[in-house]
Design a protein around this ligand. Sequence first.
Ligand code: ARG
Length: 489
Amino acid sequence: MQAPQIMSKNQLDQKSQAWSALFSEPMSDLVKRYTASVFFDKRLADADIAGSLAHADMLAAQHIISQQDHEAIQKGLATVKAEIDAGKFDWKLDLEDVHLNIEARLTQLVGDAGKRLHTGRSRNDQVATDIRLWLRSEIDLIVPLLADLQRALVAVAEKNADVILPGFTHLQVAQPVSFGHHMLAYVEMFARDAERMADVRKRTNRLPLGAAALAGTSYPLDRERVARTLGMVDEAGNAQVCQNSLDAVSDRDFAIEFTAAASLCMVHISRLSEELILWMSQSFGFIRIADRFTTGSSIMPQKKNPDVPELARGKTGRVVGHLMGLITLMKGQPLAYNKDNQEDKEPLFDTVDTLKDTLRIFSEMVGGQLGSATGQKEGGITVNVPAMEAATLKGYATATDLADYLVKKGLPFRDAHETVAHAVKAAQSHNVDLSELPLKVLQGFNASIEKDVFDCLSLRGSLNARNILGGTAPDQVRAQIARHKARLG
Ligand code: ARG
């Protein structure tokens, strides 16, 4: 039998890790770097400290640690937090992650009390708690950003409730719609995004602590007390505690759900981006966006490029990619915790950062808060009303209105449809709009057509006719604007 290998003092110092005794050789630098997460998970420091304070408070209340130790931990963690906030904390790669870094510094500051903090706890339930606390506070920032963007869109809608642009299907002119109505379609999307975020928050706001490594713990922890301290309660004030220890440490559904909700929100922004890009192209010429959201070309002096919407469209791919990353991360994992889970953080962090920045910049670009400090004169979206109307006139957008007119005169809809197709063909061959065909010519297609047909052939007549809940008539649009304003405050 070989003699057991004893680590030299030097080797032990080099290792300086929390589980040293069993290990007979230090990690290589490459393995240290590969396994460490501290350079990204230090972002969880505030959540980690909040979780530790709640845990220590409960340990003391349950007489698992002394009041004295509790006070030492509170003081020590306050110092650690101050050091981190001041940028003076010495993060060590050797200590692998945010949890071990903070605990080591705490122990350096307060001695044995620091070593007692981890009683009844594992990094597995600790990290799961940290991410949930962190994500919850980010959701609480994202929801108001979604409200800001909705308010900006509602303001544009209000200014443009009577402005007509072609509504498209298949990107072919279909029927006239109000530009305000078009903007409000995006308000609906972002309102659903906010609902989804609120829903994800419920499942994020549950406490894993007390699950320990995977099986629970033999200490008489009061998990509900910790949940309440951390604000993990439902609307009725009931503590929200993960009910199965194996699931508690390994569940990342909330991160996936959040990233899915963020992906969908980015998809909405991407669709809006695509429209803004099309609309500001020379071929459409429907809108302008303020210069500060565009850039020039280094070679073509005439260019103004819509960089902000283009980047938002591009960043949508990145966020959707994070969703794929996270969901794939989970698919092969046996219960319970696996180190794979450490890979949840960077995609989640980047999703949050990308979404928040994108929402902020879109509120500014759409709403166009004018910055007097920077001398910005133009805000938001400037609409070229004549260009929109001219484009609507080009595509026989009121053909459906003529068919509806004939239906009111007693024709079955299918026959009316066919009759109008002939009228459109005739108008096309003379290169005129339906409203420019003489009454006599129209009567040639159907004798019941009278002078009042021209009311429904006008763009405005067509718009006003769609006076149904959810329709594009400006009166409906104004009613929706009032509803959104009341809802958004
Ligand atoms: N840094 C780890 C993570 O992010 C913390 C948990 C480590 N747990 C463990 N058993 N190695 O997941």
